[in-house]
Ligand binder design. Structure first.
Ligand code: C2E
Ligand code: MG
Ligand code: MG
Ligand code: MG
Length: 291
């Protein structure tokens, strides 16, 4: 008891911890208001099929654009949303906004590719997740087969029996499941074999050094072979150069995503790419997203 009391006293007087706590509280109250103030937005980043050069998917990425200006990145506010439980309404908002956008593109005759939404681990422990998704599909008129969910390995492995049942139900409904940041979580190959999923996304940390670090090159090629052995598609994320794209194509990777194709874009700029065919030998790349 005494140790605990001392520790809380330390926390109280520590400037550094106080600052972190204050920042968290500011973010939390700001995020609560962000919904009604309509400060949240989605940016869409294309995934390109290496064989055809076609845009075969779009990842929806959350952006918080406060009225006061600037941008707050998901790496900052998603952890706060997870800790405070705000991730559940945030996750619902993201799903609904992505489905509404897909329908708007379809209704405009733009022939949108499937759209992917990230789910955080905490959402996966929410018993109402499946009902919420079903309601959003119904209310927006979204075609379930055009909706992909990106889940990290660790989230999927947290309670495998339960999570696998949920993933199985979602796949039976027509959704496609991608394992995000593959290679960075708790790898359990026995579980991976049984996991009801459609694709692996190779984490960008391996892609980043693939031409400089022989170990990363081996890991990337091994993940591609593993995915194909398990009948899964494989996507490389964080592809920034034409040389990385060529390496991935050589290794048999199915799809790439990254600045070499496009940064995450506002809806009107993303839709301008739907009909494009990217020649894998002529990728120019773009600078990172600016503030
Ligand atoms: P993620 O799902 O792995 O998304 C990929 C991240 O890589 C995105 O960062 C994207 O902007 C960035 N990226 C794309 N191309 C490149 C590239 O060529 N090089 C590099 N270095 N980075 C690239 P972002 O948008 O800041 O999102 C970070 C993470 O936040 C996401 O990682 C995802 O885990 C999470 N996140 C984003 N939106 C949502 C959301 O709506 N819900 C939840 N639960 N998490 C989200
Ligand atoms: Mg993702
Ligand atoms: Mg990722
Ligand atoms: Mg990530």
């Amino acid at each position: 008891y005494q140790a605990k009391q001392r520790r809380s006293g330390f926390e109280y007087f520590s400037d550094e911890l106080n600052t972190v706590a204050q920042q968290q509280m500011t973010l939390e109250s700001g995020l609560r208001q962000a919904f009604e103030r309509k400060e949240l937005a989605l940016a869409y980043q294309p995934k390109v099929d290496l064989a055809s050069g076609r845009v075969v998917g779009l990842e929806a990425l959350a952006r918080w654009l406060p009225r006061s200006g600037g941008i707050i990145w998901p790496d900052q506010f998603v952890p706060v949303a997870e800790e405070t439980g705000l991730i559940v309404p945030l996750g619902r908002w993201v799903l609904r906004a992505a489905c509404e956008q897909w329908i708007a593109w379809r209704d405009a005759g733009l022939n949108p590719p499937p759209v992917a939404v990230n789910l955080s681990p905490r959402q996966f422990t929410d018993a109402r997740l499946i009902e919420d998704i079903e309601a959003i599909l119904q209310e927006t008129g979204m075609d379930a087969g055009q909706l992909q969910l990106e889940v990290t390995e660790s989230a999927a492995m947290e309670n495998p029996a339960r999570t696998f049942d949920m993933l199985d139900a979602l796949r039976q409904r027509g959704l496609h499941i991608y394992i995000d940041d593959f290679g960075t979580g708790h790898s359990n190959l026995g579980q991976l074999k049984r996991m009801p999923i459609d694709a692996l996304k190779i984490d960008k940390s391996f892609v980043n050094d693939v031409l400089r670090d022989g170990d990363d090159a081996e890991i990337v090629n091994a993940i591609i072979r593993l995915a194909h052995a398990l009948n899964l598609r494989v996507v490389a994320e964080g592809v920034e150069t034409q040389e990385q794209a060529a390496f991935l194509k050589q290794g048999g990777c199915d799809e790439i995503q990254g600045y070499v194709i496009a940064k995450p874009l506002p809806p009107d700029q993303a839709s301008a790419l739907f009909a494009r065919q990217f020649a894998p030998g002529e990728l120019e790349g773009v600078p990172p997203e600016l503030e």
